[in-house]
Design a protein around this ligand. Structure first.
Ligand code: ACO
Length: 311
């Protein structure tokens, strides 16, 4: 790649300018963005499954309406993100094929089952809470279309987090059985939520370069620490116990120390060995195949309109 183009690109990024689809960019920058944005899109789409599972079983009409809206928002987030990735010259079909063949990753968090209604509350509180922590800085990511998609995603995500915390509050202040459910959900979702931020910085192959290119604005460990610091007091307010014996306030660093994450589990889930990974991928592939008629009908309609316009 011509050095003067690389230098000019690096200077623009360092000056906090947005890079736009038609601008020159290093091939590795383009590739990193396609990887991260498509992984992010797939996560939104696969992320509809654990919650979609509870729409028919939501405990009230209000909860059902909220859950329906939330799952629909996630479909929307997936679509903005696929569009953002398409501006880099990759097609929607290629990205979806990569997901369905197991080549593309999606967030580890969606490979865990949702066993009770409290899991839906915990997902809103913890999983969407972790997602916002990661996504707020991405509103200033260096690639314009990704940054702009994140603005709307973050607004909706913040509603998701709040509704989850509110649902959790109701359970935590409810009957003994409800409190037990809330605690059990926290026990199961806490560690997988911390894993969402990715491997520790010293084991993260992409962080250094993505920080330099301002694709990432904060590192995996920085975001994980912020998440712990914000979430622990929320758990205390609920009267719930974070399942970590090593959790302790560290006055000097002005944050919590926390226990070791089970990275073996993380890497196993990344490799596709998560508790419900097979079910998730099967659900996506089935949806794609069984709804092929919708794509065909849309194409036929488009062809008819084009023929009519030409006539
Ligand atoms: N789940 C699955 N794979 C992960 C996870 C995770 N939680 N964390 C890291 N990885 C993968 C990375 O994709 C990378 O794999 P690859 O190089 O083969 O693609 C590898 O592990 C090493 O990780 P990093 O070098 O740290 O990768 P990266 O710099 O991309 O950082 C991160 C990972 C923080 C997830 C980043 O990609 C990101 O911010 N993505 C956008 C947010 C996102 O995808 N959120 C999805 C969940 S939130 C939601 O959908 C509601």
């Amino acid at each position: 790649e011509p050095q003067e183009l690389v230098d000019a690109f690096e200077a623009r990024v360092a000056a906090d300018e947005f890079i736009e689809p038609k601008d020159w960019m290093p091939e590795a920058y383009r590739k990193t963005l396609v990887r991260q944005i498509s992984q992010h899109a797939h996560s939104e789409i696969v992320g509809m499954l654990p919650e979609g599972n509870w729409i028919t079983r939501a405990p009230s009409l209000r909860r059902k309406a909220i859950l329906l809206a939330k799952v629909q928002d996630e479909a929307g987030h997936g679509l903005y993100l696929y569009c953002a990735a398409e501006t880099l010259g990759t097609s929607r079909e290629e990205m979806i094929e990569a997901l369905h063949s197991g080549k593309a990753k999606y967030s580890t968090i969606f490979n865990y089952p949702t066993l009770t209604w409290a899991d839906i509350a915990a997902i809103g509180w913890l999983v969407d809470g972790a997602a916002i922590m990661n996504q707020v800085p991405l509103q200033r990511t260096s690639y314009g279309p990704y940054a702009r998609a994140m603005v709307r995603v973050c607004k909706e995500e913040s509603f998701h987090q709040r509704q989850g915390y509110e649902a959790m509050t109701v359970l935590a202040q409810g009957t003994e059985e409800q409190k037990r459910m809330a605690q059990d959900a926290l026990n199961r979702w806490w560690w997988p939520s911390l894993m969402m931020f990715g491997p520790p910085d010293d084991k993260s192959p992409n962080t250094e370069r993505s920080m330099r290119w301002r694709i990432k604005r904060e590192t995996n460990d920085e975001l994980r620490q912020k998440f712990v610091d914000i979430t622990v007091p929320q758990a205390e307010f609920l009267g719930l116990t974070v399942p970590d014996e090593d959790l302790a306030w560290n006055e000097e660093k002005g944050g919590y120390d926390f226990g070791d994450i089970d990275w073996e589990e993380f890497y196993a889930v990344v490799r596709g060995e998560g508790p419900v990974a097979k079910e998730r991928m099967k659900a996506r592939r089935d949806a794609w195949e069984q709804n092929a008629w919708v794509r065909e009908a849309a194409d036929a309609h488009e062809a008819k309109k084009r023929a009519a316009a030409a006539a």
